[in-house]
Design a protein around this ligand. Structure first.
Ligand SMILES: Nc1ncnc2c1ncn2[C@@H]1O[C@H](COP(=O)(O)OP(=O)(O)OP(=O)(O)O)[C@@H](O)[C@H]1O
Ligand SMILES: Nc1ncnc2c1ncn2[C@@H]1O[C@H](COP(=O)(O)OP(=O)(O)OP(=O)(O)O)[C@@H](O)[C@H]1O
Length: 529
């Protein structure tokens, strides 16, 4: 891509440090870098390294909005950001937060977008057209009058982006923007950002754990390490070719095009028995008048690991909540361990079944990370010594020991996800339902999380997870279910699904990387096995 020959700095960060009062060590340590006008920069680093925090410092929201302090300087177009009025920088530097829910103020999609436009004094007669145009560009026009809180996770993410794009900021910061998008929406989203970057010369900063799909228009990659130091600031090609080991040690995902080996699922061990764990018979589910699922039948065996996949809004989370007994079907029946879900007592059901919500915050109920993990053990009357031992063990497994006494809401996105999983492991459940288990995780924590899940599976737990990550399905699952057009469109082993070209297209999925044609720097090779 042709970029401007004369690089003009938009943001200059100079010897910048930042710390939260709550943390023992400074989070960001004397970092310096420049974001030039029109450039696209990727910011990578392990979970908890401070990526979201530094991006909130760039638009002046932090340190004022939190109990924290900074030193060093940040300049926007040559002017120190301390000299800008509060709120003024927001119009120049737009952030799409990691958790899109946290940025909504209004109830409906239309009102949310109108509110944004009113705030920047858009003439009344232009508002409707601008809303329609932006919704069209993120393929959400059909949801203009919807209640935002009734949208699926991926749909919320698209509305959050639309809202920030309306501000026409000069710097667009996207914090893990595709984490909840289905594979095709994710590629389309990246294409949209690429077009915006190319046609409007907007500067873009993307925070992502998996860089693969962004590389075609990334100018530079910045990498923070867990001590908040900037350990890389260079072009992707040199970085991933020359610094692979360093990045791997930090837990950073190496893009597939730069990996020597692509993991093949041959090592998968099948732990499933022929005994049934959960059965769904003729399930049909509607929300208000909208049909979500029609006539679904499923049988999950004990010790099986299965994935539910499908496009955004297909009904995956709804299905998971039905399996957990959180939603009740009006038509059809769900049987868990040979007993209809309607007959289970709530407390007993929760002892046998774990549920990890799509948004981890929805399940936090205490004030400290330690209490959150030990909560279930207390309900089950464990003695204090056993509680302490098991809780400390889980915290260490999930790399949360340093945050033991912190408030769960103050954790980073990846840490919140790990905590939400840890809270479900106070006992070995018969069934563990996960909504997007690995989103927001770096390479190391993804591996560790999946190892913990595999270990549970080997002890007989049936694992069901909703995911948009086809590599995860390929590597770990015995069975995969595809929800498409309200129906169960596929039920079988992952390698059989990869043969269903039409369905993959129709359900907006993609092939796992080992089966995709991979562009390895300088050569093209076909990895179809
Ligand atoms: N408001 C806060 N108060 C105290 N500590 C915080 C607060 N927000 C974040 N932290 C801590 O700061 C560290 C960095 O968090 P941040 O969200 O910036 O990380 P990140 O690199 O974006 O992580 P992830 O990849 O998991 O999203 C974490 O250890 C987190 O617990
Ligand atoms: N609380 C709710 N009230 C009404 N409708 C809802 C509610 N939650 C979800 N929906 C709608 O139900 C449909 C299915 O949503 P669901 O969250 O199950 O989809 P999903 O497949 O998990 O999507 P994603 O991949 O985007 O998370 C969507 O069209 C959504 O708008």
């Amino acid at each position: 891509m042709e970029k401007m020959t004369q690089l003009k700095p938009l943001i200059e960060v100079s010897g910048f440090s930042f710390d939260y009062e709550q943390l023992d060590e400074p989070l960001i340590s004397e970092v310096s870098f420049t974001l030039n006008e029109g450039e696209t920069t990727l910011l990578m680093g392990p979970s908890g390294s401070g990526k979201s925090s530094i991006s909130l410092c760039l638009n002046g929201l932090y340190p004022d909005a939190v109990e924290g302090a900074s030193s060093g300087d940040i300049f926007f177009k040559g002017q120190n950001i301390k000299q800008f009025d509060k709120g003024q920088l927001n119009q120049h530097i737009g952030i799409v937060f990691q958790d899109p829910e946290s940025q909504f103020c209004m109830i409906t999609v239309e009102n949310e977008l109108a509110f944004t436009l009113e705030n920047i004094q858009t003439p009344r007669e232009e508002i409707e057209t601008k809303i329609d145009q932006i919704l069209e560009s993120v393929e959400m026009l059909d949801y203009k009058y919807s209640n935002i809180h009734e949208l699926s996770g991926g749909q919320k993410q698209k509305i959050a982006l639309a809202s920030v794009l309306l501000l026409e900021p000069e710097l667009l910061i996207l914090d893990e923007p595709t984490a909840n998008l289905d594979p095709v929406s994710s590629l389309e989203f990246i294409e949209l950002i690429k077009t915006i970057n190319e046609t409007t010369n907007k500067t873009v900063l993307i925070i992502e754990h998996q860089a693969d799909d962004w590389l075609s228009f990334t100018d530079r990659v910045l990498v923070l390490n867990i001590n908040g130091q900037l350990i890389a600031n260079e072009e992707a090609e040199t970085l991933f070719n020359r610094q692979k080991q360093l990045l791997e040690n930090e837990g950073v995902f190496i893009p597939k095009a730069y990996q020597d080996e692509i993991t093949h699922p041959s090592s998968k061990v099948n732990h499933s028995s022929t005994e049934l764990c959960l059965t769904i018979n003729n399930l049909t589910f509607k929300r208000k008048k909208q049909t979500i699922l029609t006539n679904l039948n499923m049988q999950l065996n004990k010790g099986e690991m299965v994935a539910i996949v499908g496009e955004n809004g297909a009904g995956k989370s709804t299905l998971l909540q039905l399996m957990a007994g959180i939603l009740k079907p009006k038509c059809g029946d769900i049987t868990f361990l040979n007993e209809s879900l309607t007959k289970w007592k709530e407390q007993e059901l929760r002892q046998h079944m774990g549920f990890v919500f799509q948004n981890p915050e929805h399940q936090f109920i205490t004030d400290t990370v330690y209490d959150e993990v030990s909560f279930g053990m207390r309900l089950n009357d464990y003695d204090e010594k056993a509680i302490k031992e098991r809780t400390d063990n889980l915290l260490s497994h999930f790399q949360l020991s340093n945050h033991k006494w912190n408030n769960p809401f103050s954790l980073s996105g990846g840490q919140k996800r790990r905590l939400s999983v840890a809270t479900m492991l106070d006992e070995t459940p018969d069934l563990l339902l996960f909504d997007e288990p690995t989103f927001g995780q770096d390479a190391k924590t993804t591996n560790e999380l999946m190892n913990i899940v595999k270990d549970l599976q080997s002890r007989g737990t049936t694992i069901v997870f909703v995911t948009h990550d086809m590599d995860l399905v390929d590597l770990y699952c015995d069975q995969v279910y595809v929800i498409n057009n309200h129906k169960l469109a596929f039920d079988g082993q992952p390698h059989k699904l990869w043969e269903q070209t039409e369905l993959i297209k129709d359900a907006r999925l993609r092939l796992p990387v080992r089966l995709d044609r991979v562009q390895k720097v300088g050569e093209t090779y076909d990895l179809v096995h």
